[in-house]
Design a protein around this ligand. Structure first.
Ligand SMILES: Nc1ncnc2c1ncn2[C@@H]1O[C@H](COP(=O)(O)OP(=O)(O)OP(=O)(O)O)[C@@H](O)[C@H]1O
Ligand SMILES: [Mg+2]
Length: 497
């Protein structure tokens, strides 16, 4: 590692109405260093990197890049000096294709000023190949899953030839294989002298790929340590400022009647003959590699997507679910993995988001009971410890993890009988994760049917009483008890049994 600072931050301070997001933050990022930035949800990580990348301006403080002071007025200024940022929240144009997104705003043109698609696709293909991806540059963003979209975002940042690449939770929706590819690229970039700021809640990853860690807590800089000098517990304790114990809640002791039964549900070409039951008192997991069809199955059960055939029974009675409204009427709700596009209205306030699914219950004849709305949303802000000065705050201004909590609140407020959660702890810090696991267990103990789709094996193993494993649109195994272990689930997920 070169011992010169590529980026030097001094006294960075940023205040939003009601929140001091950053107070006097300063540390260095060296050349060729992978520098982790960690902290609980709302600690100020995304705000800090958005200042470094010119998305926002600091109220106070200075930044130096290769020894020269930099003041960004826009992201363009940051790109010019060689700073690229991959946002936590994906921000691609879904109606454009991969190549167009990567080169948006600087599409190659030929002598006549017409877009040179040949060059565009050639350059994009090169980038995709770096990632070992077999996607075509002409593939439309709207046809990609979250993981693939994430990858395009990363390629876009890389395409700027940057000297400092900032990745804000890059792996929260990547598969293990894609994460490995990303790490390979990070190592290549590091060897070339590129510096990387790496934000993640996955501390094991940080231990694997990073050289040093800087810790933020409530907008304050705590300290920077060498990865090899600390263990995961020490990092967690620096983040939260006290000792915490990370525990999964006890598993179910009593399983009662059948709540939901799914028979032969099929959507041609996507998944086939899906059969399973969900019992009261259990947490049922859905595991598998990204792309196995788990999200699609749940969306079809809830009437969000169409199915070709199959029956659904609630407490042994056949029910009709033609659209999502009908599912909600039956008390079956689905909490999306894609909170930005499907889950939340980011331009609306927290209160409206939390009550969005229960508006009718809050209505007085035709007007909304504002007091009830305020009370209900405040109650959930408290239960889930959502960090915000008020329920009137715009949802888009919350930190990523806190947005996830609002999504949870929205569906809990609907008082579901069956709650299906898709990747519920994505982007959530260790502390809140424990709370969410406890909450899911409590809901299940209270008689609500809980289905959890998760790509994180420790999560499936830690919280589920039974795990349905899918591979390419079919159920390859259902495991329980001792069988809920990594080897067994992976065998079914890869369909090598
Ligand atoms: N545009 C904004 N307006 C108002 N408050 C904001 C805005 N952006 C961020 N904040 C607040 O600043 C604080 C820091 O948020 P930030 O997004 O930087 O946290 P984070 O460390 O990235 O958290 P997470 O791990 O959840 O992504 C939060 O309390 C957030 O609500
Ligand atoms: Mg963030």
């Amino acid at each position: 590692m070169d011992n010169k600072a590529r980026l030097k931050l001094e006294h960075i301070t940023k205040e939003f109405p009601g929140t001091k997001a950053l107070s006097n933050v300063g540390f260095d990022v060296m050349k060729g260093e992978v520098h982790a930035l960690v902290g609980e949800n709302g600690a100020g990580k995304s705000t800090l990197v958005s200042i470094i990348a010119g998305v926002q301006q600091p109220d106070e403080g200075q930044m130096f890049f290769d020894g020269v002071e930099i003041v960004h007025h826009s992201t363009l200024d940051a790109q010019k000096v060689g700073i690229g940022l991959v946002h936590q929240e994906l921000s691609l144009c879904s109606h454009l294709n991969i190549g167009e997104n990567i080169f948006l705003g600087r599409l190659p043109k030929n002598m006549l000023g017409v877009i040179d698609y040949e060059k565009l696709y050639f350059e994009s293909k090169k980038l995709l190949e770096m990632f070992n991806s077999d996607l075509a540059p002409t593939e439309k963003i709207s046809d990609l899953n979250v993981a693939q979209r994430q990858m395009v975002e990363i390629l876009k940042a890389l395409s700027y030839n940057c000297k400092l690449l900032i990745l804000d939770e890059p792996t929260s929706s990547l598969t293990d294989r894609e994460t490995k590819e990303l790490f390979k690229i990070i190592r290549q970039l590091k060897d070339k002298g590129t510096s990387i700021i790496y934000i993640s809640h996955r501390l094991a990853e940080i231990q694997e790929i990073c050289d040093r860690i800087s810790v933020l807590r409530d907008g304050h800089y705590i300290k920077t340590v060498n990865v090899k000098d600390v263990d995961v517990n020490q990092v967690v304790n620096m983040m939260v400022g006290r000792n915490i114990e990370f525990l999964y809640p006890p598993k179910s002791t009593q399983v009662a009647e059948e709540l939901l039964r799914v028979e032969n549900v099929t959507s041609k070409g996507i998944f086939e003959n899906i059969n399973f039951s969900l019992y009261q008192g259990e947490i049922l997991g859905f595991s598998g590699l990204v792309g196995a069809g788990r999200t699609e199955v749940m969306k079809a059960i809830c009437g969000i997507d169409k199915k070709n055939k199959g029956e659904i029974y609630f407490k042994k009675n056949k029910i009709e679910i033609k659209d999502y409204k009908q599912a909600i009427e039956h008390g079956i709700v689905y909490m999306t993995e894609d909170r930005k596009h499907e889950g939340l209205f980011l331009h609306m306030n927290i209160k409206h988001n939390i009550t969005a699914a229960v508006l009718r219950k809050l209505s007085k004849s035709i007007t909304l009971d504002a007091k009830k709305e305020e009370d209900l949303s405040s109650e959930y802000v408290k239960i889930l410890d959502i960090k915000t000065p008020s329920v009137n705050q715009e949802c888009g201004s919350l930190s990523g993890g806190n947005q996830q909590k609002v999504l949870f609140a929205k569906w809990l407020a609907a008082k579901p009988k069956i709650l299906i959660v898709d990747e519920p702890t994505r982007g959530i810090d260790v502390n809140v994760k424990t709370e969410i696991y406890k909450l899911l267990r409590k809901l299940s103990n209270d008689g609500i049917g809980v289905i959890v789709i998760t790509s994180e094996l420790p999560e499936a193993i830690g919280i589920c009483d039974r795990v349905v494993v899918m591979h390419e649109g079919v159920i390859t195994g259902i495991v329980q008890g001792e069988q809920i272990n990594e080897q067994c689930i992976m065998k079914y997920a890869a369909n090598v049994c």
